[in-house]
Design a protein around this ligand. Structure first.
Ligand code: SF4
Length: 210
């Protein structure tokens, strides 16, 4: 890992010592559901919805007792709830039929499930199974490309470049740090560069101040 990338991560670790997954969950299954729900919605909103949902329906078996209408009703505050309901119920059936009711722990198997793309699979691999991975969501994409940890036009290239730029044992932590920084400082519109603890190392900041 080069000196700049090391310094950036050190500063972010110092700033966000508690950086971790902000989706509340107790099991890999709950994390999988919460991550599917989180697309284009805040983690806060997802946590509000899953608080009661996971209390009443903690496992895949209980989820399979839910009708489409019941699940829609329970998650309707969340964007794209109809589509998410369809995917979650299908995903639960697939878990039972193909994986004996257990959440699988490989990228390929996870991505074979309804509603699970590469980002969701990476989140589950990293947070539920401790597999080093860098899920590139909108924050990781924006922040890492602004800083210059990556220089890519799409999420897959960003993920590949970050894997090269960052030591493997730090991949999962780097993912959380970049999300924390994106939510708390490096906003999509009007990033708070003047207050940013890594501005000296940021390509975007260099450009706007030259
Ligand atoms: S200096 Fe600005 S653009 Fe760069 S990481 Fe900080 S907030 Fe984001």
């Amino acid at each position: 890992m080069n000196t700049k990338n090391k310094k950036v991560l050190e500063l972010l670790m110092k700033e966000y010592p508690d950086a971790e997954c902000e989706l509340n969950h107790k099991t890999p299954f709950q994390l999988l559901v919460a991550t599917i729900l989180s697309a284009q919605t805040t983690d806060k909103k997802v946590n509000e919805v899953t608080k009661d949902l996971f209390k009443k329906y903690p496992t895949v078996d209980e989820f399979l007792l839910l009708t489409k209408e019941e699940l829609e009703q329970r998650i309707k505050q969340i964007g794209l709830y109809r589509n998410k309901t369809k995917n979650i119920l299908l995903m639960c059936r697939q878990l039972k039929e193909k994986f004996n009711g257990e959440v699988p722990n490989t990228m390929e198997e996870l991505m074979s499930l309804a509603g699970v793309g590469r980002k969701t699979a990476n989140v589950v691999l990293s947070n539920a199974f401790g597999v080093p991975s860098i899920a590139v969501d909108t924050h990781v994409f924006r922040v890492s490309n602004r800083i210059g940890l990556a220089n890519a036009k799409n999420v897959l290239d960003t993920e590949k470049q970050l894997q090269k730029a960052i030591d493997k044992e730090l991949w999962s932590l780097a993912h959380h740090l970049l999300i924390f920084h994106g939510r708390r400082c490096c906003y999509a519109r009007n990033p708070n560069c003047s207050e940013c603890i890594i501005k000296e190392h940021c390509n975007y900041y260099k450009q706007i101040t030259k």
